[in-house]
Write a protein that binds this ligand. Structure first.
Ligand code: ATP
Length: 584
């Protein structure tokens, strides 16, 4: 049973219950925090709407999918966003959460323009598909997102408390240590909701949170929503295409074909249309072609009568943002500053995901060593010719680059397709934190992988190296970093895992053929030689060969190292640039 009011419908009587006491404490905490929610029902208090849209339009793929919407969402209430499939609910929710591109008109959320970086900790956004990590337990998922929200070391106890609170709120405590991938669809949706509840958000934007749930769970979730609004002053915008859920909302926004056809309370809507259900009211409104142009009232009273806007403004047709600016199209708002704590949280999360996948770790660690051993015995018949040494040394650098490229491109693509990337970028996580977190995790793995292969080559396979083996290891690790960077970068251009795998030959094979491994670079045709000069793998192989031949660090070794490092950093920055906070 979920942790909400006892009536099982609106949960408004929870204050007296033990959970209500905890909820009230939580509301108090949030209200006393800077920017905490306004009290919803203070007499004489007329708070500004949580969301205020005027002339809001969105174009996707050249088509207008939201057309000049005007509406308000009242604070501390549950507002339902209802309409048939494809009418634009998800697009509208994304616009409010700040993750939708090509938004025009004025859209203010919690008194800031939608998409403003300062809103990220204040909004909980639950996408339609559960955006959680299947290869982490429920508690590990919540722990990671809690660290993204509150990364300070001193916040550890508060994070643990928040995780326990949301586990109880979503009735998931008994599944806390189960992998998210082993949960049912409805349970995973609740994990996704639990993530959104972590930071005591002022506004919860929930995209079809009850789809696929049985009637008991649906009733329980609605009770939780009302308890959140009543006890903590949270504003909820909940989408659904099931009309019977409309009766459970305080306010309704009814949409059709990208337009708002009604904005009212359920009772006022049915009374105005002379119907008994919201579904028949919706059909009535459509039959009448009754499309209101006035926004819904923030105080629960319908406003379809040409009454002045609550702030005394004229009718806001075609109105622009109060500050005269258009809705921010690019992500021009100040991004959160890079945070070491969030980077390390991401590194830990990626390594934890790998820990649940021991076969991948084994393959990552063993395959390069197995390949170098195979190479050694392929050249067994040519012992004394010294062929194994240059090839072996070069491949020690090339293997980590190839494996890290593949692992990173698929891992990043998975972040994109599962929705976790959209969720993270709607939270206060810097792109650099995410990229550096990945680079550190895979860099650590690359060190182990390269150390194993290099150690094996030197001490078991008789690789004859004049210089220090540590220098070989250094080049191998930097190569792995380059592979990670390239993987992050190209994943932005792959629409599926199949495509990501195809990028491997496209990006790596030309480098492999031109790096001097198969033919000396200065003996290639001039065009190929020039091409080889601009490919980073050529410099990695040059550096490996310098270690092979010279006892000391040479200028050519340093140049090779500098080029590989520079390329890795450049491609990492390009990878960060491909992480868009907005969906097209
Ligand atoms: N990338 C895109 N390019 C062009 N049109 C798109 C794109 N994504 C969505 N659309 C269109 O935008 C419209 C609104 O889509 P949206 O997902 O917002 O609808 P919805 O009401 O949330 O639907 P559902 O209830 O099925 O989730 C749809 O007609 C859809 O076909």
């Amino acid at each position: 049973m979920m942790n909400y009011g006892s009536d099982g419908t609106h949960g408004r009587d929870v204050a007296g219950a033990p959970e209500g006491g905890r909820a009230a404490r939580s509301a108090l905490r949030a209200a006393s925090a800077p920017g905490g929610p306004s009290a919803p029902d203070v007499p004489g208090h007329d708070p500004a709407p949580a969301v205020r849209a005027r002339g809001l339009s969105v174009v996707r793929g050249g088509r207008t999918v939201l057309d000049a919407l005007d509406f308000d969402v009242a604070r501390g209430r549950v507002t339902g966003l209802l309409g048939p499939s494809g009418c634009g609910k998800t697009t509208l929710m994304r616009a409010i959460a700040g993750t939708q591109a090509h938004v025009d008109g004025a859209l203010d959320v919690l008194d800031r323009p939608a998409g403003d970086a300062s809103l990220r900790p204040r909004i909980g956004y639950v996408t339609q598909a559960p955006a959680v990590y299947d290869d982490l337990t429920v508690r590990q998922n919540l722990g990671y997102f809690a660290r993204v929200l509150h990364p300070a070391r001193t916040a550890r106890a508060a994070r643990r408390e928040a995780v326990d609170r949301v586990l109880a709120d979503t009735a998931l405590a008994s599944h806390a240590d189960v992998l998210a991938g082993h949960l049912s669809g409805g349970q995973r949706s609740r994990v996704s909701l639990a993530v959104a509840l972590l930071g005591d958000p002022e506004l919860l934007v929930l995209d079809e949170p009850t789809v696929g749930l049985d009637p008991v769970l649906r009733r329980d979730l609605w009770a939780l929503f009302h308890a959140l609004a009543a006890d903590r002053g949270v504003t909820l915008l909940v989408s659904s295409h099931v009309m019977d859920e409309a009766e459970r909302c305080d306010q309704l926004l009814l949409m059709r074909d990208g337009r708002l056809v009604a904005a009212d309370t359920p009772a006022a809507l049915t009374a105005r249309t002379g119907t008994t259900t919201v579904e028949s009211a919706f059909l009535h409104v459509i039959a009448e072609g009754d499309t209101p142009t006035r926004p819904a009232a923030v105080d629960g009273e319908p406003r379809h009568d040409g009454a002045p806007h609550p702030e005394g403004e004229p009718h806001p047709e075609g109105e622009r943002h109060p500050e005269g600016e258009r809705h921010p199209e690019g992500d021009s708002r100040p991004a959160p500053r890079a945070s070491v704590a969030r980077t390390l949280a991401t590194t830990t999360r990626v390594l934890r995901q790998l820990r649940h996948d021991p076969r991948t770790i084994a393959l990552l660690l063993v395959v390069p060593s197995a390949m170098i051993t195979l190479l050694r015995y392929v050249f067994d018949g040519t012992a004394g010719t010294g062929t194994f040494d240059p090839l072996g040394a070069s491949l020690l650098g090339i293997f980590p680059m190839i494996t890290m490229f593949l692992v990173t491109s698929i891992a990043t693509l998975r972040e994109r397709t599962s929705g976790t990337l959209e969720r993270l970028l709607a939270m206060p996580l810097g792109k650099t934190d995410l990229i550096s977190g990945y680079a550190l995790a895979f860099g650590a793995l690359a060190i182990v992988q390269s150390a194993l292969a290099t150690g094996l080559s030197l001490w078991a396979l008789d690789l004859d190296v004049t210089g220090s083996p540590w220098l070989l290891l250094l080049v191998a690790v930097l190569d792995a970093l380059l592979g990670t960077a390239l993987g992050l970068f190209v994943s932005a251009f792959a629409a599926s895992e199949f495509q990501a795998v195809q990028f491997m030959p496209a990006v790596l094979m030309p480098q492999l053929l031109l790096c001097g491994l198969f033919a000396p670079r200065d003996e290639m045709q001039p065009v190929l030689s020039a091409l080889s000069d601009v490919l980073p793998m050529s410099y990695a192989v040059d550096a490996m060969n310098e270690v092979l031949r010279h006892p000391d660090v040479t200028p050519d070794f340093l140049r090779g190292l500098a080029v590989v490092t520079g390329c890795a950093l450049l491609v990492l920055s390009l990878g960060a640039a491909t992480l868009r906070r907005r969906t097209r």
